[in-house]
Each structure stands twice: as structure tokens, then as C-alpha cells.
Ligand binder design. Structure first.
Ligand SMILES: [Zn+2]
Length: 259
């Protein structure tokens, strides 16, 4: 005694987006289990079925060419399983760039988020191989915050070595591997020689006299990496603090991707 509305939703399943399929599936399951749904759930059963097959609006993109960021992460992925760049806005809000994993719908795109654990992260969109940055239709962040992220990414496009240096000097850790910067040279550059090699940044030609042992004005920005998926569709990383090497091996730990 299947409800007509449920049958309609079942038929619509193949045309739904990945997240809606999951949601629709749970509604159908609950209906089949209990033989009933709440009014609110019926609303969604009808809405999901009605919206299925409707053309999706064109995603909004941010003005600018962000291809250098895609290039950087993609080049680094030759030697790192989960290449990441840690950044902050001018105001200190965390930004994390990483690559979408092989099981993601956006495989190979650069994912832009605040690096928080899945469920409580802020998602700023994705950068495709052509360098276009598409922002989510719905976001937890406001326009103002978004502009701050956009400004930080534009700066990174302009002068990655300077941004990396500023991050390193501000937080005392490398924006690529997250390790604490200990040598004079690393503190000056904002990253160590290994990351310089992996990320194609200058090393050795840095004037170490630039090194100023000024007090760190902030602790590294939250959220700390945890053993949780960072953003729904891609990689997971381990605690980098636990590894005493200059360059974190955790980047290449064989952790299963979470879809
Ligand atoms: Zn590093």
C-alpha cells in the first residue's frame, strides 16, 4: 500500500542530486518502516519529487582567475596525497584549500572551506581546472565574510610566497604541512625546504636577515585538524602535530576517502 507520493519520489530518485538522493531515500525508508510520515516530511516528499528534473540554476562564480591555485595544488598532488593550503582572512578566519577526492562529483577541483569538520564547516565553494571559482548557492557565511575569503585567495594568486611567509610569521607554522617552523630560514620563509620543493616556491634565496623574532600575535587559527572528514566529499587528514619530522608524512597516510 505504497502512497502515490512515495512512488513519485521513488521514480524521481535517479534525477536527484547526491545529497537529495540520500534525503529522499531516508524519507522513503521511514515511510516504509513506519507506514507514515510527519506533515513536514510529506512536504519534502512532494517538494523533492516536484523539483526533480527541473534545470539547475547556473552556479555563481567569483570574479577573477584562480587557476594558479588549482595549478599549485594539482602540482603538489604529485608528491602529496592530500595537498592542502592553510590560510586566513585578514581578520583571522581560517581558510583551507584542498583537492576533491576521486569519489567526489568535483574530483580534481580545489575545495575551499574553513577546514572545519564535516557538519560544522563553512563551505566557500570550488575552483575548477580552468580557474573559475564557483560559490555555493546557500552558505553559512555572509557576503562580507565571503569577500574577505575572496581577497585572501586573490592575494595568494598574486604572491603565494609572500602569503605563505605572512602566515608562517603570524602563526609560527607552515601553511602547507602545518608543522611548527623552527629554523631561522623556515621562520623567515614561512615554510621549510621540503615544502618549498613540493610547492614550487623559492628557497635558499631568502634573506634570513628578514627574520625578526617578533612574538606570535595569534595561536594557529581554529579549527584544528581532526580525525574527521574535513568537507563532505573529500579527504581526511590525521593529526600532523603528532609527527616529529619537519615535513608531515600524514599527508600521504592511506586514509580512506569519505564520500
Ligand atoms: Zn611545510
Amino acid at each position: 500500500m505504497n502512497d502515490e507520493r512515495i512512488l513519485k519520489l521513488q521514480k524521481a530518485l535517479p534525477t536527484l542530486s547526491a545529497s537529495n538522493v540520500e534525503f529522499a531515500g531516508s524519507l522513503i525508508l521511514q515511510h516504509n518502516d513506519r507506514g507514515k510520515l510527519s506533515d513536514k516530511q510529506w512536504f519534502w516528499v512532494e517538494k523533492l519529487a516536484a523539483d526533480a528534473g527541473k534545470p539547475q540554476p547556473e552556479p555563481k562564480s567569483v570574479e577573477g582567475n584562480f587557476k594558479p591555485l588549482w595549478d599549485m595544488l594539482t602540482a603538489a598532488s604529485a608528491s602529496l596525497k592530500y595537498p592542502k593550503i592553510r590560510m586566513t582572512t585578514e581578520g583571522g578566519s581560517p581558510i583551507r584549500l584542498s583537492l576533491a577526492g576521486p569519489r567526489s562529483k568535483y574530483r580534481g577541483d580545489v575545495m575551499v572551506s574553513d577546514g572545519g569538520p564535516f557538519g560544522s564547516n563553512v563551505w566557500y565553494g570550488r575552483i575548477n581546472p580552468e580557474g573559475a571559482w564557483f560559490i555555493p548557492f546557500k552558505s553559512r557565511c555572509g557576503h562580507h565574510e565571503f569577500e574577505a575569503v575572496a581577497n585572501a585567495l586573490r592575494e595568494m594568486v598574486e604572491s603565494p610566497a609572500d602569503v605563505a611567509a605572512a602566515y608562517g610569521q603570524r602563526y609560527g607554522s607552515c601553511c602547507f604541512c602545518g608543522k611548527e617552523l623552527t629554523t631561522k630560514e623556515s621562520v623567515s620563509a614561512g615554510y621549510g625546504p621540503i615544502c618549498a620543493g613540493k610547492w614550487g616556491l623559492p628557497w635558499g634565496e631568502i634573506n634570513t636577515e628578514l627574520y625578526k623574532p617578533k612574538p606570535k600575535i595569534d595561536s594557529p587559527p581554529p579549527p584544528k585538524p581532526k580525525l574527521e572528514p574535513e568537507v563532505s566529499e573529500y579527504s581526511v587528514q590525521t593529526k600532523i602535530e603528532a609527527i616529529p619530522l619537519e615535513e608531515s608524512k600524514s599527508e600521504s597516510d592511506p586514509i580512506p576517502e569519505v564520500v
